[in-house]
Ligand binder design. Structure first.
Ligand SMILES: C[S@@+](CC[C@H](N)C(=O)[O-])C[C@H]1O[C@@H](n2cnc3c(N)ncnc32)[C@H](O)[C@@H]1O
Length: 298
């Protein structure tokens, strides 16, 4: 299963001493890592679908079988897939090409991300970061300090180290490249809330009796509980009933899917469409329950 679907794969992984690359882009680095460590399991997380496709083709072409990768935000990848202390090394290369103040919350090395990375690292495990942007180094060190769990080393990248094609080119052009190592020496401390979602075995369909009022649930926004929001869009008529396009955000974990509202002999059933690929979560069940309740309101 080199390319896997985090929604359906059995979790958390049983493996130990994992090497992980976050944001592998073209894949040069992760491929080298896989070749240099043929007996280790390498996991890659990416947000870009094009990068996922490219890596899939390159791994196949080169016959590499020890890289496991999926399209997911790294925070949720770590949260959902890894046991505590099961990761040996994490690599983050040139993560933030548009480093701006307003992107502060989304940065890969914000304290919340570093917290979840640190939890999953084994003791003495490290996060290796490379960047061409000095303010990113400063930001990362500040955030890391908040957690009190890392010993830190920083420096400039030199030609003596293993480099990707682009790094070699940049150094040749006289560009400064920086490296950071955050080594886990203690458990991370927090004085902030850690976001989480809960997977469930099954999301149960809900039966409603009598007439339904579809207008009640189209183009609406709902707060289901603290941090859980549902937005509904258009309605489509199908052979078995109706489909409603929806977006659910649980603590920032976003899923797009369709509700299916099926006609039964007496009444209707509200369900998640079988064609929607979703991670089954508590929030999804809440969303089904809410739509069922709303539909029967006069
Ligand atoms: C500037 S590119 C660098 C790619 C590659 N590491 C390199 O050195 O050429 C940053 C990559 O990180 C990915 N990325 C950014 N934030 C991410 C996140 N939270 N989770 C997973 N991937 C992420 C982006 O999709 C993008 O492909």
């Amino acid at each position: 299963m080199p390319l896997f679907d985090y929604r359906t794969v059995s979790k958390p992984f049983e493996w130990d001493n994992l090497l992980v690359e976050i944001g592998f882009g073209r894949g040069d680095f992760i491929i080298r890592l896989a070749k240099e460590n043929p007996h280790k399991k390498i996991v890659g997380f990416e947000l870009s679908g094009i990068s996922i496709e490219k890596l899939y083709k390159r791994l196949k072409r080169e016959g590499i079988t020890n890289v496991y990768f999926t399209r997911i935000d790294a925070y949720w990848g770590f949260f959902l897939l890894f046991r505590d202390s099961s990761v040996e090394k994490i690599y983050i290369n040139y993560p933030d090409p548009w480093f701006k103040k307003r992107h502060h919350k989304r940065r890969l090395t914000n304290r919340e991300n570093l917290y979840i990375f640190a939890k999953k690292l084994k003791e003495e495990g490290s996060i290796f970061i490379r960047t061409d942007h000095y303010p990113f180094v400063e930001h990362t060190l500040q955030e890391a300090q908040e957690l009190g769990c890392f010993s830190v080393e920083t420096g400039e990248l030199t030609v003596e180290e293993p480099l990707t094609k682009y790094e070699a080119k940049w150094l040749f052009q006289g560009k400064k490249l920086y490296k950071i190592e955050l080594r886990k020496v203690a458990e991370p401390r927090t004085n902030f809330k850690i976001r989480g979602i809960k997977e469930v075995q099954e999301v149960f369909p809900i039966k409603v009796e009598g007439d339904i009022n579809l207008e009640k649930v189209i183009g609406k926004e709902y707060k289901l509980s603290e941090g859980v929001y549902l937005k509904t869009f258009d309605l489509y008529e199908g052979q078995r009933g109706y489909l409603i396009e929806a977006l659910l955000s649980e603590e920032g974990f976003v899923q797009k899917f369709f509700f299916e509202i099926r006609k039964k002999k007496t009444g209707w059933v509200v369900d998640i469409s079988k064609f929607s690929e979703v991670l089954r979560t508590e929030g999804l069940q809440k969303a089904v329950n809410l739509v069922a309740e709303e539909l029967v309101k006069p």
